[in-house]
Design a binder for this molecule. Structure first.
Ligand SMILES: NC(=O)c1ccc[n+]([C@@H]2O[C@H](COP(=O)([O-])OP(=O)(O)OC[C@H]3O[C@@H](n4cnc5c(N)ncnc54)[C@H](OP(=O)(O)O)[C@@H]3O)[C@@H](O)[C@H]2O)c1
Length: 338
């Protein structure tokens, strides 16, 4: 699912060209068009149809690697590419919590890229990761609130789309007319990744944000678009209009730099009582905007709201591509200055 999104988003990208594709031994040796059952809207781009699927081992004919391998095999494979001199822009969980690996959301923690100095291999390779698909949306929503009012606690209840489980994913007999209250490892990822992302880069390391984060996750019968019902407690409780303004006015470095995949607005706040909804709001900002609604005071913590974003775009391939665009803009890639 994520690989196809990468292809879709990269094929007309002004800075990147897809020069090689790699997958499992189920696909190797086949043309991409034969190996891949295209599952997203529109046609498979003709430029990749005849491309041979290769094993994920160096050398590959490319300047950087976008990885969306399953977590269990990503550690070894991504490590081999990085030690062989390739910048690896990963969407997998394998390296996200490593001390010297940036867990990057360009709008939230671009200063964490300082970690690259600590891990860069002699070959010039390094690894930059993007967060879990639900964590990205949660961290983007919390970032301007934490900066303005100090978040001390956040509780998230997610409703996650089927495409988040990859293809073929969840069996239809398990999910039709049903909700699954378990996604392996997901609650732990949201809880640990959020404090790293919102942490401060101090003297070459990340000081985790000191806030309590709690997550409960559910798989629901929706194709694309993860939702999180959030409750938040603050060090200084703002007025409701201050909260709304902090979210709606949030802009950051990617918007200033005009990066190709950066949405004009990272967060859109909707006032209608019945928004956000996956079908209506997942494509906001070409799938890169987080939509927030249902903002109101909460009787348990200070405020609550509902956030929604596109899990394979802002939550995966689009996130990794925005990371790579930022790396180029900030001169972290060999050919950045050319
Ligand atoms: N889906 C999302 O919304 C989302 C969001 C954020 C992060 N992620 C992460 O992104 C990764 C991929 O997720 P996905 O949803 O795209 O899964 P997927 O649809 O199951 O795709 C997995 C891909 O990895 C390849 N692969 C599997 N085993 C391999 C092996 N031993 N060697 C080489 N390639 C192998 C598969 O190759 P074949 O095509 O040959 O089978 C396939 O292309 C996971 O780590 C996931 O946690 C997913």
């Amino acid at each position: 699912m994520v690989g196809q999104r990468f292809i879709q988003l990269l094929v007309d990208h002004p800075q990147f060209e897809v020069t090689a594709v790699a997958a499992s031994d189920r696909s190797r040796g086949k043309a991409y068009g034969d190996a891949c059952t295209w599952r997203i809207g529109g046609e498979m781009p003709p430029a990749v149809r005849m491309m041979p699927v290769q094993p994920p081992t160096p050398p590959l004919d490319c300047d950087l690697v976008f990885s969306s391998l399953p977590g269990e095999m990503a550690r070894e494979t991504e490590g081999i590419f990085a030690t062989s001199g390739y910048p690896v822009i990963s969407n997998s969980s394998a390296y996200r919590m490593d001390e010297d690996v940036p867990l990057l959301i360009p709008e939230v923690n671009h200063e964490h890229l300082g970690l690259i100095k600590r891990q860069r291999y002699e070959s010039g390779g390094f690894i930059v990761t993007n967060p879990n698909c639900s964590t990205i949306m949660i961290a983007i929503a919390l970032a301007p609130l934490h900066a303005a009012f100090g978040v001390t606690a956040a509780a998230a209840t997610t409703l996650q789309a089927l495409s988040g489980a990859g293809y073929p994913g969840v069996a239809s007999l398990d999910i039709v007319d049903n909700v699954l209250p378990y996604i392996g490892g997901e609650e732990e990822k949201i809880e640990s990744e959020t404090t790293k992302i919102l942490g401060r880069f101090v003297e070459d390391r990340i000081q985790l944000a000191s806030m309590a984060v709690s997550a409960q996750v559910h798989r629901v019968n929706v194709t694309d678009g993860h939702m999180a019902a959030m409750r938040v407690k603050f060090a200084r409780k703002p007025e409701l209009n201050e909260l709304r303004e902090a979210l709606a006015s949030f802009r950051s470095l990617p918007q200033e730099l005009g990066l190709h995949s950066a949405p004009a607005k990272p967060i859109v706040v909707r006032e209608e009582a019945d928004r956000p909804q996956p079908r209506l709001d997942r494509d906001a900002g070409q799938g890169m905007t987080v939509t927030i609604g249902r903002l109101q005071e909460d009787a348990v913590l200070d405020y609550r709201f509902v956030a929604l974003s596109h899990n394979t775009i802002r939550g995966a391939a689009g996130a990794a591509i925005l990371n790579a665009e930022l790396l180029i803009a900030l001169g972290h890639l060999r050919w950045s200055a050319q």
